[in-house]
Design a binder for this molecule. Sequence first.
Ligand code: GUN
Ligand code: FE
Length: 425
Amino acid sequence: MIKSVFKGDIIHTPTKGEFEIYEDSYLIIENCKVVKISHQLEDLYKNYDFYDFSGKIIIPGFVDVHLHAPQYPNRGLGMDKELIPWLNTYTFPEESKYKDIEYSRRVFKEFINDIWKEGTTRSAVYSTIFLNSTKLLMDMFIESGLGAYIGKVNMDRNSAPNLTEDTYESIKDTKELILEYKDRSELVRPIITPRFIPTCTDELLTELGNLAIEYNIPVQSHLNENTSEVEWVKELYPNSKNYASVYDDFSLFGQSKTIMAHCVHNTDEEIDLMADNGVYAAHCPYSNFNLSSGMSPIREYLNAGVNVGLGSDISGGHILSIPRVMVGAIHTSKMVWLQNQKELAPLTLSEAFYLATKGGGSFFGKVGSFEKGYDSDLLVIDIDNLTTLKTLTPEEKLQKFIYEGSSDNIIERYVKGKKIERPYK
Ligand code: GUN
Ligand code: FE
């Protein structure tokens, strides 16, 4: 059993909008879980493994609730188009390469190494349509020690010819993956991943909804990202109430726990349906800028009681770092506030931090906070190279790291109390 004590300036956000800060304190961990934070080290814990990070910040690991592994080679490329032409021009040609397992391995190595480097300890990842490369990605995540939900992408219409699945094969492969991986690893689990409504037939969506319910497997997809996509779904389903209700009608909207990426153009009714069904919104501000999708009014979702996490959306988004994405979310919220005559208050830093840790983390269980019983996923941050001009409080150090720091400032990463080393050479 892991029994350890971490000493340092400990910061987390058990409540949205409030940093809890414990300067020069002790984080007690037993059996992968947080026991408590204390200002003094009690005798009881003096024989625990002791990690002295005095003067450094200790925070929960970051959570990325939306990104695409096979798009990693495309990050920063092809940002001159809107969603649908971007998919056809850049994304589908890249994703069709992953039948090649050696290419898959090369990309996934770099992808997982970089996720590790940026301090993302849990993520919800889209793999490819290919069963073998998806199994490889799951195996590689298991080997890495990082946590992830990983989904084989399903699409059987409106895609590139070499990326259009036979409906029966798509369902069969998805079921195989679920059966093989649902109980294999506590940290790396399958998630059902219809790419989005336009690329999935009714038959496919029906069977995926059935699988989600039968095996209680979570679901991830895209919702109301870009205006031309929203129009397209209206044309495909003229009789549906709205885009969200198409998923809902196929039992893919909170019947098992669900993440919907983007949610830029939801109607009020769709926001309420997300709240009622407990569906998570993955807020992906950089992707929404890059593909001219828009600015998601994330405050409306929070006001309505929708669960929100942050997503890098590699490679619609060009930045993997969740601290960077936090800043993007804050910037977006400030512009939304101005556009709405100063209604819909901007996100504060502590709110953005909450979304990046406990907000998205709750999809994975008791993750993203240092409350008693939470998984002890943590990062140690050293910003001494950024602070030569001024003495900073722990909270200011965290601010500086988020706005100005980089992965170089993350000196150690732990998942469930276990130190995670760089996964691949
Ligand atoms: N909608 C359907 N597929 C995708 C994708 O790969 N990226 C983004 N951003 N949106 C999508
Ligand atoms: Fe996406």
